[in-house]
Design a protein around this ligand. Structure first.
Ligand code: HEC
Length: 122
């Protein structure tokens, strides 16, 4: 007897994803196209610049040259654990005495963001 073997062929279905590519450049003039530059979602300060501000705005006179010695003000070492970036900005914009209010003058918004970013690294 001959045993018929049944071969089951599996048909693999291939899914084709058709991507419509559009964009035939028409015309010969080379007019410059407007480019949209994606800006970062949140403005995060510049740490290096913030370090300079920390010294020039005299934060250092109360918090120490590197922010970690303290003095009139507390050491800001590990400040990140106490205040996050936004809270640090808030602290600088709305300080409690004797910490002076240095915003919006002489420090502008950008300055405050940068110095807060620096403080977050201490
Ligand atoms: C005249 C001294 C003085 C100067 C200048 C000063 N601070 Fe302060 N700072 C203080 C004192 C005092 C406190 C504590 C106030 C409090 O308990 O709320 C403080 C608190 C803080 C805190 C919060 C610390 C905590 O307990 O979490 C931050 C952050 C801070 N200062 C950052 C800065 C930055 C940044 C600058 C410069 C832009 C600055 N300070 C300038 C005296 C000062």
């Amino acid at each position: 007897m001959i045993l018929a073997r049944r071969l089951v062929s599996l048909t693999a279905g291939t899914l084709l994803v058709a991507l419509a590519a559009a964009g035939c450049a028409k015309g010969s003039d080379q007019s410059s196209q407007t480019q949209t530059v994606a800006s970062p979602a949140a403005a995060v300060g510049d740490v290096a610049r913030g370090k300079q501000i920390f010294a020039s705005a005299k934060c250092s006179s109360c918090h120490g040259a590197n922010g970690v010695e303290g003095g009139v003000g507390p050491s800001l070492k590990g400040e990140k654990a106490r205040k996050n970036y936004a809270q640090t900005i808030d602290q600088v914009q709305n300080p409690q005495p004797p910490m002076p209010k240095l915003w919006p003058d002489p420090l502008n918004d950008k300055d405050v963001q940068d110095v807060a970013a620096y403080v977050q690294t201490l």
